[in-house]
Design a protein around this ligand. Structure first.
Ligand code: TPP
Ligand code: MG
Length: 273
């Protein structure tokens, strides 16, 4: 299969995942829509063309690790895990219900396929650094990918972990930042200006690649570069459109944590056809 065909297939997969995100959040009547839709292309590329994972052996000691630090966008992760065969698609519609494995924020004890429990922002990168360092010390080749949001860079702990990863040459660690420029109640540059994350990560000694996080070809190319021998941790700054694919949600921070009602769900699914 040539590269173009792969990208077309990934885009098709992403479309189905987006439809499920809308349906499951509508069914739950609550959940985080904008970030989930914005990061769907990244989730799809990771699980269908990058991570070494096996749904039949989720705890394989040779697996790659995915840490979702911005836990609130877990509908995107859950819908991707179902598409990849980790559990039945039907389970998606138990989102946020008592006894469900699919809690409103990732809970490893409810869903053992997850690597960590998350929700409190700013903790995931420290956890990913710990995993990456212990793998290196054991001379293992597993990759560790940590997904983070731009809003999480308002947390001091994030910057401690960025320094730590540089100090310990965590070349098995890849961060992908959802640079969607929104957070819970406004635009990031209004609430706490982040400026150029590229310049910041570079000055902390990391490698950096900026991409359009909704362009499958760019995502696939960046992930390929991430596997090339390097001596540093790497950050892919994924510039994404929050609410991607559903025009009336795009770039609107009000959709950060809002579920679509009946009528909005119909319109959204029409746009995602
Ligand atoms: C430590 C902590 N403080 C506050 C929150 C509440 N909170 C949940 S999401 C969020 C916005 C963070 O921005 P971002 O992750 O960029 O939002 P998105 O782009 O997904 O809309 C906040 C403040 C939290 N989950 N954890
Ligand atoms: Mg954000």
């Amino acid at each position: 299969m040539d590269k173009k065909e792969v990208v077309n297939l990934l885009n098709l997969q992403a479309k189905k995942i987006r439809q499920n995100i809308i349906k499951m959040i509508h069914e739950a009547k609550s959940g985080h829509t904008a970030g989930s839709l914005g990061m769907t292309d990244v989730f799809t590329a990771l699980y269908f063309s990058f991570l070494n994972v096996n749904p039949k052996k989720p705890k394989d000691p040779d697996r790659d690790y995915l840490i979702l630090s911005n836990g609130h966008i877990c509908p995107g992760l859950y819908a991707t895990l179902a598409a990849r065969g980790f559990f039945k698609e039907q389970e998606l519609f138990t989102l946020r219900k008592f006894e469900s494995g699919l809690q409103g924020h990732p809970h490893r004890e409810s869903l053992p396929e997850l690597e960590t429990t998350s929700g409190p922002l700013g903790s995931g990168l420290s956890q990913a650094c710990g995993i990456a360092l212990s793998l290196k010390r054991d001379k293992k080749n597993n990759k560790v990918v940590c997904l983070m949001s731009d809003g999480e860079h308002d947390e001091g702990n994030t910057w401690e972990a960025i320094m730590f990863a540089h100090k310990y040459h965590l070349d098995n660690l890849l961060v992908i930042v959802d640079r969607n420029r929104i957070q819970i109640d406004g635009n990031t540059e209004q609430i706490m200006p982040l400026g150029s994350l590229r310049e910041k990560y570079l000055s902390f000694g990391w490698g950096v690649i900026d991409i359009n996080g909704n362009d499958m070809q760019e995502i696939v190319n960046a992930l390929q570069r991430a596997t090339i021998e390097r001596e540093k941790p790497l950050a892919i700054i994924a510039h994404t459109t929050p609410g991607k694919g559903v025009k009336f949600m795009e770039h609107d921070y009000n959709w950060h944590g809002r579920a679509p009602n009946e009528e909005e769900t119909k319109r959204a699914l029409e746009l995602l056809k």
